[in-house]
Design a protein around this ligand. Sequence first.
Ligand SMILES: *[C@@H]1O[C@H](CO)[C@@H](O)[C@H](O)[C@H]1NC(C)=O
Length: 318
Amino acid sequence: MEGRNLTLVVEFFFVGFTNNLSLQVPLFVLFLLFYVISLLGNISIIVLIVAEPRLHTPMYFFLSNLSLSDFCYSSVIAPKMLADFFASQKVISFIGCAAQSYFFTVFGTIEAYMLAAMAYDRYAAICHPLLYPVIISSNVCIQMVVTVYMGAFLTAAVYTWCVFHTSFCGPNVIDHFYCDLLPLMKLSCSDTFVGKTVIFSVVFSLGIACILVTIMSYVYIILAVLRIPSNMGRAKAFSTCGSHLMVVGLFYGTSLFIYLQLPSGDAVVQNKVFSVFYTLVNPMVNPLIYSLRNQEVKRALWKRTFSQRKFPLAKLVK
Ligand SMILES: *[C@@H]1O[C@H](CO)[C@@H](O)[C@H](O)[C@H]1NC(C)=O
C-alpha cells in the first residue's frame, strides 16, 4: 500500500530535438517543408481520385485511403512538434498524450493493413485478370477498407490501453518529440511486463500476417509476370504494382530499422531520426512515388490542371 500516496502525473514534457539554436532553425524549416509537401501531396491525390471518374477503381480507392491516412498520420505529430520547436517547455497534458499515442498508432496501423490489402488487390488484378471484377467488387473493396479501419482502431486501442492504464507517478519527461508508446512505458511506475508482452505479441503476429500477405501476393505476381511472353506485357503488368512495391519497401524498411536498432550509438538519437522518417518523410514521399511513377495519375493530373482550364466545356461535349 506504499503506492497510495504517490502523486500522479497530469502532464508530460518533451525533450524535443535539440537546444542548439543554430540547428533549431534549419531543422524547423526542413520539417515544416516536409509537412507542407506531405499535406499538399496527399490532398492532391485524394482530390484527384475523387474528382476523376477514370480513377474510380479499387486500386485508386485504396490509394486515396492510404493518402488520407498518411495525411492524418503526419498531422497527429507534426503541428504539435513544430509549435513546440522553440518553446522552452514542451508540455502536453496526460489526455493529450494518450490521444496522440492512440491516433498515431491508429494511422500507422491503417497504413500497414492498407498496404497488405493493396498487395492482395494487385495479386487479384494480375493473377486473375478475368475474375478481378468479381474478386474485388466494389462491395468487397468497401468491406476491405472498413475492415482495415476497424481493425486499426481496435488494435490501437489495445496498445494505448496497455500503456495508459498503468500509473505514471515519477518522472514525466519524454525524451522524444511526440508521445510514443515505448518511451512512455519507461516512465510508468507500474509493472509494464504484461503490457509490453501484449503489445509485442499483437504487433508481431499482425505484422507477420501483413508481411506474409504482401510477400505471398508478390511471389504470385512475379511468377505470373514471368509467364507473360512479351517484354511489353511484362513491363505493363509490373508498372501497376511498381509504385506499391516501392511504398511497401519504404514502410517496412523504416519500420525494420527502428526495431533492429543497432546497439552501438545513441539509441535515443537514432530513434528520433528514424521517427522523423516515418512520421514526416514517408507520408511525404508516398504520394510523390504514386504520382510520378503512375501514368494514369499523371494523365489525370495533367488533364485537371491544363485541359479543363482551357476547355471548361470539354466535359459537357463528351
Ligand atoms: C476509401 O475507400 C472507400 C471504399 O472503397 C471509397 O468509397 C472512398 O472514396 C475512399 N477514399 C477516401 C478518401 O475515403
